[in-house]
Design a binder for this molecule. Structure first.
Ligand code: SF4
Length: 419
């Protein structure tokens, strides 16, 4: 069997098959379950019953749920499930989707009594920042702001439902099934919230290290870069491989605006501190930049900053896409701004992105390869008329509440938008 982070670009464009429903389970911050982070809606449930949710339903119930069996059936029939729309949209724009990136060959899949090889764990929404493109579902800071304010976020989330989410007992409550699954687990992804603020993350580390299974597990997690915890490094060094996803979407004041109240200089200081503590043979780093309306115009500047200042600490520059909230999706920009951005990205300096084998889209080798896909994605749909007013309203609301200013933080982008 080929291992995901080692394999090169998988070409499966003639088939709709996705292997993740046989190999992975995801728990979200509200305790519901899906096959992966790209699915929209349709959390796992049994026929005629409510959505399965932790703590009432554990990993075992979710893995055996009727809706997961139904999803598997659809893929075996070569259907394109509607809940996988994000993959279909990315592939239509020429982007290597999660489906393509993670897919295994049919012959490598255990169809009878499968046990997961990959765990995608959103262990809680504990977070100390509230990124513009984030939401109350995954950031406790956002929950506080959104509950105080009349935010556009409530077009996406039910206010009565979204509270501070705490899956604090999820590891201990699922210990029995995790003991059964761990020998076969090859990769665990942990996303928050902020990973270094989430208590079950540390329980998970202990479980993997104490059981001896850490040595065959690749651990991947995101961090907003505000924490430096040297005492954790010793445990991380026991894993087969650890991949830090540094959530760095931009530089300097633009970073501070997008990731309020994190400070760019402090994050860069922490990158360097971690670098002095970790075993570089085991621990890998990548910048995980989420490209949105706010930062797409500044991707050349981020690439150049990484190349000049961070390449020696963070070995890969990688990109993902902001789909929701739609009012920060780059597809809503006015056409004349899309043209200006497309030209700026096309004429940017070519920079190799580093150790691409840890990339999500393994077909790209330079920033320009990524920029071509970004502009294709941006230009693949015109959502301006439907969502521009929402952007103006939400951006203006957040600016006022946070005492920030879009126009002076993004002067070139603002000039282009205003013609
Ligand atoms: S097709 Fe995409 S969204 Fe659907 S399960 Fe696979 S990776 Fe997830």
């Amino acid at each position: 069997m080929k291992w995901a982070v080692e394999q090169k670009s998988v070409k499966m464009s003639t088939s709709n098959f996705c292997s993740l429903p046989w190999t992975q389970i995801e728990i979200q911050t509200d305790g519901t379950y899906r096959a992966c982070c790209r699915q929209v809606g349709k959390q796992y449930h049994n026929d005629g019953e409510d959505v399965l949710k932790f703590p009432e339903a554990g990993f075992k119930e979710a893995w055996n749920s009727d809706s997961l069996q139904e999803l598997r059936r659809k893929f075996l029939n070569n259907e394109r499930p509607s809940e996988c729309a994000n993959c279909w949209k990315e592939e239509a724009a020429g982007i290597e989707s999660l489906r393509l990136n993670m897919s295994k060959k049919l012959s490598d899949i255990m169809f009878v009594d499968p046990t997961p090889e990959l765990l995608d764990l959103k262990l809680g929404s504990h977070c100390n920042i509230k990124c513009r493109i984030c939401n109350p579902f995954v950031s406790s800071q956002w929950t506080t702001e959104a509950h105080k304010e009349t935010s556009k976020q409530w077009s996406y989330f039910d206010k009565s439902f979204v509270k501070h989410k705490r899956n604090d007992s999820v590891i201990t409550a699922n210990k029995e099934i995790l003991d059964h699954w761990l020998p076969n687990i090859k990769q665990i992804c942990v996303y928050g919230g902020e990973t270094f603020m989430i208590p079950p993350f540390f329980e998970l580390l202990d479980m993997c290290v104490d059981s001896g299974h850490a040595e065959h597990i690749e651990l991947i997690f995101n961090t907003n870069g505000t924490y430096y915890k040297p005492e954790v490094a010793e445990k991380l060094n026991k894993f087969k491989m650890v991949l830090f996803h540094w959530s760095i979407d931009d530089i300097d004041e633009r970073f501070n605006y997008q990731r309020h109240p994190a400070k760019f200089d402090k994050v860069i200081e922490n990158v360097k501190l971690w670098n002095n503590t970790i075993d570089r043979g085991i621990i890998k780093n990548k910048i995980w930049c989420t490209v949105s309306l706010l930062n797409i115009a500044y991707m050349p500047e981020l690439s150049e900053y990484w190349d000049r200042n961070l390449r020696q600490y963070i070995e890969l520059l990688d990109f993902g896409y902001c789909h929701d909230p739609l009012y920060y999706n780059m597809k809503i920009l006015p056409n004349h701004t899309k043209e200006w951005i497309s030209e700026k990205l096309t004429n940017a300096t070519s920079i190799d992105i580093g150790d691409w084998k840890y990339a999500t889209d393994k077909s790209c080798r330079t920033n320009l390869d990524h920029f071509e896909k970004m502009t294709a994605f941006m230009n693949s749909e015109d959502l301006n008329e439907k969502h521009w007013e929402d952007f103006l309203e939400e951006c203006g609301r957040a600016d006022k509440y946070r005492k920030e200013d879009f126009a002076s933080t993004f002067p070139e982008l603002n000039r282009s938008i205003n013609g």
